[in-house]
Design a protein around this ligand. Structure first.
Ligand SMILES: [Zn+2]
Length: 805
């Protein structure tokens, strides 16, 4: 029996034990579920509101901001809440904030008592944490259940965030009246400055405002708002947070009037950054606010001058050479913040015809390979290459011109000759390597026109290339040893501040895209302050700073460029019309260069590049030809050149000739005794180059004629065909009356006294003397022209008339 009872008792205990065990497990699971629910109840991201895009300068000051996608001025969340504001807010809303865990039971009790006494809700007794929860679930109904949920979530929020974070969540999302959300936007809208220097009156106003945001608006409510603020100021005094005098002075401060417009500097950069993935974020830029202000002022001053000539758009970019940082970014003119002339377009990133602005890069590349020396003579005569006939801006020809002078005067024909020598395919590849991102067509598409503005480029890229060249040149001196080049010195400009990025360890090489010496000589060639103004003769710009600069004008006067560089800065200016409308006078020199010089005049820095002598040699060059001198060159200069220049061609212009003792005639050994002649070194140009050169150089001494008894067919050709070009294909338009038009053929002859005889396809067509022009009417098809001078020298060339239209 006892045994049985014992057994029964055990059974009961077991059942009981199983039962309590099961309950315990369920309870346990319930508690776990409750905890999990509690844990996950608060979304990981409390606020999903769209934010304003905010552009800051390099020191964190606001430059400009764009309204958020939902039409609210809501700045991205602030990290630190200003001390005065948090003290005022805590005093006003939640004085035990630092001591409770999300709920303040005493305050809630007080609120309930007050509400019952008043017979309506006058106080919510909500903590700041509860208000953060309420702000995050905006639009939720104000029910008891909702309130309960807020309480639970507020305690959860306290577990996730520290007190400072909760304050910053509140300050960033509280409504401040109208479409102003958050403390930072409120400070800018109501006080016209950021939240870092609030007065006590301002802090108190902002602390009471979210409680009654509509009161800020004009009307009788403003008096109530002031009362509310002053009540809080008294409270701050009572709590010993401010002294009596501060309280008195603060109460005297006015409630702000109409909201201030937000600052709007570098707003094209703001738009660009927003489009490049930084929308709704704080963009810490590299912009120097003071310089930005100065440059915007200069561009808009010049706008007044340019608009008089129907030129409505201009942009300017200032880069720091060392870092590549954009210091000033003026994307367009900004007359009265309107957009009537496409002023919203950021022209800094708009591809435009490059005019002559790429010529210095080709000049440097040619120096780099030793294909020219700085002053090498280049032909400047009518030229047709595969049907392409470049013209100089002036439509005139110099015959020959020194390469550096051709660069400074921006002559097109010598530039095309250089590109032909360098090869456009290679130049196309080089431009891509040094930072031009707009060459989306093949090299063949651009051909030789690549050097004359046939390709489009952006001010951003082109300034980047000039800056990279300067950086590469200054960087050369920072890396002693054999490997001096860091190819990454060629990089695009930046506008984002790089903070605590990985240290850039340069990987040094013996060469780069362009050598320091070639860059140095190119920049030196570009320092002349006198330049031909395309329409108005030579212009002089004065500058206290030595600047390497280049202008460019696109075909049809649509784009004027000016880019200048010093060891410290690159300043690039583009002027034109966003709609592409060309204007007379819209040239780089007249429209853009004055802006560039004005900007340079406001920049610090007076240094110049050091000469990279380690990769240069001092050699003797012919003064007249600019080439390495030979025994025949009369005057020579001593010059530092790129080492590769030692392989450049020696002077081919100075030739040794024999003349009679009086120097009047040329003779040779077959017709004159050695005693009766003397050797002379003579500067000889090919006939066509001489033809154009003589007309501009009165001191030019043409070769003396052979004495009658010495005339022979010499190795030196005396004649050149000017038109048609050898192997060219020409059009001859019909005249107005319908008859076939005529072409005027032209020959240059070294001796202006001779008669020459013309033969077309084997038939004699005429003779000319002095100036050799001959009107002819060849039909469509291939022709052979034979020209014979009275000395029997012959010139035979083929050409094709494509059609007689
Ligand atoms: Zn010479």
């Amino acid at each position: 029996m006892e045994v049985l009872e014992h057994k029964n008792m055990e059974g009961v205990r077991t059942v009981w034990g199983q039962l309590t065990g099961r309950i315990a497990v369920r309870l346990y699971l319930f508690v776990v579920a409750l905890c999990v629910t509690y844990y996950f109840l608060l979304p990981s991201r409390l606020f999903n509101d769209p934010y304003s895009t905010v552009l800051q300068d390099s020191s964190g000051e606001l430059l400009s901001a764009a309204i958020a996608a939902d039409g609210q001025w809501r700045f991205p969340q602030i990290q630190a809440v200003p001390e005065k504001f948090s003290q005022a807010l805590i005093t006003f809303e939640d004085k035990d904030f630092f001591h409770h865990h999300g709920i303040d039971l005493l305050a809630m009790g007080r609120a309930i008592k007050q509400n019952i006494q008043a017979g309506r809700i006058v106080s919510g007794g909500s903590t700041i944490s509860m208000q953060v929860i309420r702000l995050s679930g905006k639009g939720m109904p104000r029910t008891v259940w909702q309130k309960l949920l807020e309480i639970i979530l507020a305690t959860r929020l306290e577990l996730r965030c520290d007190k400072q974070e909760i304050l910053s969540l509140y300050a960033s999302h509280a409504p401040f009246g109208g479409n102003v959300v958050g403390l930072e936007a409120a400070c800018w809208r109501y006080f016209g400055r950021g939240p870092d220097q609030l007065s006590w009156a301002e802090a108190a106003l902002l602390a009471v405002l979210p409680n009654a945001p509509a009161m800020i608006h004009p009307g009788k409510n403003r008096e109530k708002l002031k009362k509310k603020r002053d009540w809080l100021l008294n409270k701050l005094l009572a709590h010993g947070l401010i002294d009596a005098e501060t309280c008195l002075l603060s109460k005297a401060e006015r409630i702000p009037d109409a909201p201030h417009p937000l600052p709007s500097e570098a707003h094209h950069l703001l738009t660009r950054a927003a489009n490049e993935g930084y929308s709704g974020r704080v963009i810490e830029s590299t912009i120097d606010r003071n310089l930005q202000h100065v440059v915007e002022g200069i561009v808009n001053d010049h706008y007044l001058r340019l608009a008089g000539n129907q030129i409505f758009n201009a942009s300017a970019l200032v880069l720091d050479v060392r870092s590549g940082n954009a210091l000033a970014y003026v994307g367009n003119t900004n007359p009265s913040k309107s957009d009537i002339h496409g002023n919203a377009v950021d022209v800094i990133t708009a591809p435009r015809s490059t005019g002559s602005i790429l010529k210095p890069i080709l000049y440097a590349a040619m120096l780099d390979e030793g294909k020219i020396l700085p002053g090498t003579l280049l032909p400047d005569v009518p030229t047709t290459i595969n049907g392409f006939s470049p013209k100089n801006f002036s439509k005139a020809y110099d015959g020959v011109v020194h390469a550096d002078e051709a660069l400074v005067r921006s002559l097109n024909i010598p530039a095309v000759q250089l590109l032909k020598t360098y090869r456009y395919e290679k130049f196309h590849a080089l431009l891509k390597k040094v930072g031009m991102h707009t060459l989306d067509q093949s090299a063949e598409h651009y051909g030789l026109a690549l050097i004359l503005g046939g390709a489009e480029g952006t001010l951003w890229d082109v300034c980047g290339i000039y800056g990279s060249m300067a950086r590469s040149l200054t960087g050369y001196f920072q890396h002693p040893g054999k490997d001096r080049y860091d190819k990454t010195d060629f990089h695009s400009p930046h506008y984002l501040k790089i903070k605590n990025g990985p240290m850039n360890v340069p990987s040094l090489e013996a060469t780069s895209w362009l050598s320091a010496a070639s860059i140095y000589q190119t920049f030196n060639a570009l320092t002349e302050l006198y330049r031909p103004g395309e329409e108005s003769g030579w212009k002089h710009f004065s500058s206290a700073t030595k600047i390497a600069w280049k202008t460019g004008t696109s075909f049809g006067f649509r784009d004027g460029w000016a880019i200048g560089v010093t060891p410290e800065y690159v300043v690039g200016v583009w002027v034109g019309n966003a709609d592409g409308e060309g204007r007379p006078g819209l040239t780089g020199i007249d429209a853009a260069a004055p802006i560039m010089f004005d900007i340079f005049s406001r920049l610090e820095g007076r240094s110049w590049f050091k000469r990279p002598e380690m990769e240069m040699k001092k050699i003797s060059v012919c003064r007249q030809s600019g080439q390495r001198n030979t025994a025949f060159c009369s005057a020579t200069d001593s010059l530092w050149v790129v080492t590769a220049g030692l392989q450049s061609r020696p002077c081919g212009y100075h030739k040794e000739i024999h003349v009679t003792k009086d120097g009047k005639f040329r003779v040779h050994a077959a017709c004159e005794g050695l005693d009766n002649m003397r050797k002379e070194s003579w500067f000889v140009l090919p006939p066509m180059q001489e033809y154009y050169f003589r007309s501009k150089n009165l001191s030019f001494r043409p070769l003396p004629a052979f004495r009658k008894d010495c005339e022979v067919t010499t190795a030196l050709s005396a004649m050149d065909l000017i038109y048609p070009k050898p192997d060219s294909r020409i059009f001859i338009p019909r005249e107005l009356n319908g008859v076939q038009g005529q072409a005027v053929f032209q020959v240059a002859h070294r001796n202006s006294q001779v008669t020459i005889h013309w033969h077309l396809d084997g038939a004699y067509v005429g003779s000319t003397m002095g100036k050799h022009f001959l009107p002819v009417r060849p039909g469509a098809g291939k022709h052979t022209l034979v020209v014979v001078d009275e000395n029997g020298q012959t010139l035979q060339e083929r050409f094709e008339v494509l059609s007689v239209l």
